[in-house]
Design a protein. Sequence first.
Length: 142
Amino acid sequence: MDDDKPPRLGLALGYFYRKVGLTLKQAAVRLGLSDPSTLRKMEQGDIKLSRENLGLKIGVLGFFEEDVDAFLLGDELVDPEPLVQPASPVALNDEELRRIDRAASAAAVATAEYTRIELAHWKKALKAAAAHVEAEELWKTL
């Protein structure tokens, strides 16, 4: 990671408080920090932010811990860590690695979209089945 790049957890923290429309100062107050510079230092990596602590902080903002995972996946897809390869005559060049990264990103997005749609259909089917059972029980009482 470049020294001038903020850590991923810091990026996530900044994303989530901005997502709900808070300024740095407003977010610091909401998170119970006495000094907004503390929040800025967490974003920049000057103060270490653990995954667990980030989860607690975004919970205060109305998000779930799984939202951190989604953010981190998106960030990794946009800016993946370099693939470590041993020296080899078949090592992949930068263009090949870039194409692989793009394909992985497209696959992740497509999989997430498909899974979301299928889970919604599945949940609707469960609700419909439960409503049918309830209707049958009510019908018996008539």
